[in-house]
Design a protein around this ligand. Structure first.
Ligand SMILES: Nc1ncnc2c1ncn2[C@@H]1O[C@H](COP(=O)(O)OP(=O)(O)OP(=O)(O)O)[C@@H](O)[C@H]1O
Ligand SMILES: Nc1ncnc2c1ncn2[C@@H]1O[C@H](COP(=O)(O)OP(=O)(O)OP(=O)(O)O)[C@@H](O)[C@H]1O
Ligand SMILES: [Mg+2]
Ligand SMILES: [Mg+2]
Lengths: 465, 465
C-alpha cells in the first residue's frame, strides 16, 4: 500500500534547498547575503528612503574544518514590518508583501525564510529580529524559529521597547554553517555591482578581514514604481477567469476598462463588438466559449504598449558606472520601450562597451554583465536568455569577433515579474518576448559599434599609409 | 500600508511556472511528456511490472499560429491510484506517494499537477483520468480541474465502471497549447535514451507524423528498491530534532539503532559513550547541546558506507546501450560503492567511450550523456555537476584532448534524493559529495582509456616504422 501524503511549502523547500540556491556551504553564504540585502533595498525603495544598510559577517572559530559557524547581521533604515506581520514574514514560507504588480526585487515570498531555515538546520539557533515602522513609538524584538513541518512561526521570545530615537527599519541576525572564505569574492562582486547601479545607496560591509564602505554618491532617488494593472496581451485563461469571478457584478465594458491597462472606452467597445455582445452584458454570464474568444482577441489585438509607471529602469547610472570602471573608448546604449509578456510590463536596457580596461575574454568566454530589477546576476550566465541571444547573433554581420576583441555586454531587465529559471534567481528563463526585446536592443548597439570600428579601422589604415 | 498575504503552493507554481520547466511553449511540450512518462515508469517499477506505456500526441488544427492546441494521452499498466487519492494526486500540488526514502523518478509531488495546470491555463479544458489498482473490480473515471488559488481538486464528473478485463494502470488525457514541432526532436531523444537504459520497457509513441515503437528487448526487471533508513553521515539538525521528537519514548540506544542504517548495538554504544551518556538515557531528555554534539559526532564518525537496497543502478544496460549505438573501439566503465550526502545513499556509475561512431565534438562542446534515477537529462548540461567535474579535470595528465578526440562521457547517479538544481529536473546541483564521487569514477575510467590510447599510439608508431 503506497503512502500518499501532502507536505507543507516549508517542508518542500527544506527537502529541496538546492532548488533555492543552497546547494553547498559556499553558495549558501552568497545566497544568504543576497536575500537579506535585497530585502533591505526593497524596504527602502518602496517608500522613497535613501538606503543605509549595514552588513556584518562574523566567522566564529567553530565549525567542521572548512565550514565555519558564521553570524550574519543586516540592518537597514527601511519601512520596517508591522508587529503582527513579523512572525509570518520570517516564519511562513510563501508569505510576503511582494505579490503585487509592481517592480521589486522580491517575488517569491521565500528568500528571507530560506536563509533563516538554512541557519536553523545547520546551527539550531533562532533568528533575532528588531524592527520599527515609520512613526512607530515602539521597537519590536522577536526571537523565533520556523516550524518546518507545519510552515508556521515559532516565537521563542518577544519584547517591546520605547523607540526613543524614532528609528525605523529592520535588523536581522542569525548563525549558519558556511564556507565564507570561498564565497567572499562573489559576495563582494555582487555588492560592488549593486553599488554601481544604485549610487544613492550607502552600504557598510564588515567581516573578519575589515570594513568596506560603498559610499552614497548621489541623493537622487528614482521615482517609486506604482502598482499597475495587467496588460491584456498574453493574459492566460486562468487569470481571465479569476478576474471575471472577482468582478462578477460588473458589466463587460466596466470589467475590461477597470482590470487592464491600455483598455479605454473605445477599445473596450471594439473588443465587445468582436465578441458579438453588448457593453452592458453582465460579465458573470460569459460562457466558456466567450472567455476563450476574449483570450484569443487579447492575444492578437494591437494594444498600445504597457505604461512604465510600475517599472524603474536603471538608465544613466549604468552608463556612468561602465565609464567609471572600464573607461571604454566607445559605448552604445539603448533603452527599449515597454513591452509585455503574460500581462507583465517589462523594459530591456542594454549596452555594448569596447576598449579601455575591458579585457579580451579568455577561451570562449564572453564578458556579459546581467541585471534584473537592479539585482546583479553573478552566477550561471551560460544558460541565461541574454547569453543565448548573444550566441545566436551572427556577429560577422557586424564584423565583430566577440571572442577576440575587448567587448563587454550589459543587459538590464526590469519587470513586475522577472521570469527567473531558478528560485535562487541565478539566471533568466528563455521567454520568447524577452528574447526578442534583448535581441533588438543588442543589435541596435551592435550597429553603432560596428560603425565606430569601421571608422576606426579606416582611420588606422589611412594613418599607416 | 503594505498588503501582506500568503499564497498557496499551486498559486506559487502557477505564477512561477518557468521555475518548473514551462518557460516557453516548446519546452512546455517536452516537460509535459517527461512528467507523464516518468509517472508511468515509477508506477510500473514500484511493483515489479514490465512497463507497457502508450503515448499519443495529437496536434489539433487550432492554436495561435506557431503554437497549436495539442491533445496528449498517456496510458500505462502500472499500479494505478486508489479512488480516494486520485483527486489529490492530480489536483493538489505537493501531494504524492514519493516522499519516501527509496529511489524513484518522482520526488517533488508536483510534476503531474504542473502538466495539468499548464493545460488548464492555456486551454481551459479539464483533465480526464481513468485508473484501476491491481485486483480492483472497478474502473474509476474522473474529469477534473485544479482550483489554483486554493490548491484543491475540483471534480467536474466521476463515474465507476466494471473492470471486466481486470486491467490495472492509469490513463491521463488533457489538452494544452504548445509548440510540438520544435520540441519533437528532444522528446524523441529523451524516449530513445530511456529505452536504452530500460530494455524491459515497451513504449508505443504516436503523433501526427506516425508511430514509433520502443520495443521491449528483455523481460529482466531490476530488483525493486526497498524503503530504507537515513544514513547518519550528513544528517542536519532539523532532521535529528524531528526524529527525536517522533521517538520521544525511546531510549538513546534504541533511537540510534532504529532510526539510522549502519548503526548496530556496538556503534550505538560507542556513540553514546562519546556523549558521556548511558544507553538507557531517555531520548526526550536530550538537551540542545547534546543534540549538537550528536550532530557533530555523526559528521565525523567513520560509519560503514550505506546499503544499496534502496537503490537501483543501471549497470550493464548502460554498456550494452553504448556499444549498440556507438560501437566504440574502447569503453571503460565503473560503478562506485554507495556513498551518502545529507543522509541519502547514492551510487555513481560512469563510462568513457572512445572511437567508433562517436563524433569529434564541435567547437568547445563535450559529448556528455547524463542520467539521474534512470531519467535522461537532455537540457542544460553546461551547469551540471558532471560537466563541472569534466572541465575541472586536467586531461593533459591522461594525454587526452577531450575537445579534439571522439570521446563520449556517460554519468548515471541514482539516489533516494537527486539534488536537482531546477524543478524541471534539467540538471544536478554542485553538491560536494556527488562531485567527489563523479570525479573518482571518471578518473578511474580516464586512466584505463589513457593506457589504451598509449598502447594504440605505440602500436601505430611501430607500424609506421
Ligand atoms: N528588511 C526588511 N524590511 C522590511 N520588510 C522586510 C524586510 N525583509 C523582509 N521583509 C518582509 O518580509 C517579507 C518576506 O520576505 P522574503 O524575503 O521571505 O520574501 P520576498 O522578499 O517577498 O520574496 P523573495 O523570496 O523573492 O525574496 C517581504 O515580502 C517583506 O514584506
Ligand atoms: N501513471 C501513474 N500511475 C500511478 N500513480 C501515479 C501516476 N501518475 C501519478 N501518480 C501518483 O500521483 C502522485 C503525484 O504525481 P506527480 O507527478 O504530481 O508528483 P510525483 O511524481 O510524486 O513527483 P514529481 O513532481 O517529482 O514528479 C505520484 O506520487 C503518484 O502517487
Ligand atoms: Mg526577499
Ligand atoms: Mg511525477
Amino acid at each position: 500500500m503506497l503512502k500518499f501524503e501532502e507536505i507543507s511549502p516549508s517542508e518542500f523547500f527544506y527537502r529541496n534547498k538546492e532548488i533555492a540556491g543552497f546547494e553547498n556551504p559556499t553558495k549558501a553564504c552568497y545566497t544568504i547575503v543576497r536575500e537579506l540585502v535585497e530585502n533591505s533595498l526593497d524596504a527602502c525603495e518602496i517608500c522613497g528612503i535613501l538606503p543605509d544598510i549595514k552588513v556584518v559577517i562574523n566567522e566564529t572559530g567553530e565549525g567542521d574544518g572548512i565550514n565555519k559557524i558564521i553570524k550574519i547581521k543586516v540592518k537597514d533604515n527601511g519601512i520596517g514590518i508591522p508587529k503582527e506581520n513579523v512572525p509570518y514574514a520570517f516564519g511562513k514560507v510563501l508569505y510576503g508583501s511582494k505579490f503585487t504588480l509592481r517592480q521589486h526585487r522580491g517575488i517569491f515570498g521565500l528568500g528571507g525564510k530560506m536563509a533563516i531555515l538554512y541557519g536553523q538546520i545547520t546551527t539550531n539557533n533562532p533568528v533575532k529580529i528588531i524592527t520599527s515602522t515609520i512613526g512607530s513609538k515602539l521597537l519590536h524584538f522577536f526571537v523565533m524559529q520556523i516550524d518546518i513541518l507545519k510552515n508556521e512561526p515559532n516565537i521563542l521570545r518577544y519584547e517591546e521597547f520605547e523607540n526613543k530615537e524614532g528609528w525605523h527599519g529592520l535588523i536581522i541576525e542569525f548563525t549558519f554553517l558556511g564556507n565564507y572564505y570561498n564565497s567572499r569574492k562573489k559576495i563582494l562582486e555582487y555588492l560592488f555591482q549593486t553599488s554601481i547601479l544604485l549610487p544613492y545607496m550607502n552600504l557598510v560591509f564588515m567581516d573578519n578581514y575589515g570594513m568596506l564602505v560603498f559610499k552614497r554618491k548621489s541623493s537622487l532617488l528614482p521615482k517609486i514604481p506604482e502598482e499597475t494593472l495587467l496588460h491584456p496581451k498574453g493574459i492566460d485563461l486562468e487569470m481571465l477567469k479569476r478576474l471575471i469571478s472577482i468582478n462578477k457584478k460588473e458589466t463587460l465594458k466596466c470589467f475590461l476598462v477597470k482590470n487592464f491597462q491600455r483598455i479605454g472606452n473605445k477599445i473596450a467597445e471594439d473588443i465587445i463588438k468582436q465578441l458579438n455582445l453588448n457593453p452592458d452584458f453582465p460579465v458573470r454570464k460569459l460562457k466558456d466559449e466567450d472567455i476563450i474568444k476574449l483570450y484569443n482577441i487579447f492575444k492578437n489585438y494591437n494594444f498600445k504598449k504597457p505604461s512604465s509607471k510600475s517599472l524603474s529602469p536603471v538608465g544613466e547610472n549604468l552608463i556612468i558606472g561602465i565609464k567609471e570602471i572600464f573607461k571604454p573608448e566607445f559605448i552604445a546604449f539603448n533603452t527599449r520601450k515597454p513591452s509585455s509578456y503574460e500581462g507583465h510590463p517589462f523594459i530591456v536596457e542594454t549596452a555594448i562597451a569596447y576598449g579601455g580596461n575591458i579585457p579580451i575574454p579568455s577561451d570562449n568566454e564572453i564578458n556579459l554583465f546581467r541585471f534584473a530589477n537592479k539585482i546583479p546576476l553573478i552566477y550561471d550566465s551560460y544558460n541565461d536568455v541574454s547569453m543565448k541571444v548573444i550566441k545566436d547573433i551572427n556577429w560577422n554581420l557586424y564584423k565583430i569577433d566577440i571572442y577576440k576583441e575587448p567587448i563587454a555586454f550589459f543587459v538590464h531587465i526590469c519587470s513586475t515579474k522577472i521570469p527567473y529559471k531558478t528560485l535562487g534567481k541565478e539566471y533568466i528563463a528563455n521567454v520568447p518576448e524577452l528574447y526578442k526585446e534583448i535581441e533588438l536592443s543588442l543589435r541596435k548597439n551592435a550597429r553603432k559599434l560596428s560603425a565606430y570600428l569601421n571608422k576606426k579601422r579606416l582611420y588606422e589604415y589611412q594613418k599607416k599609409r
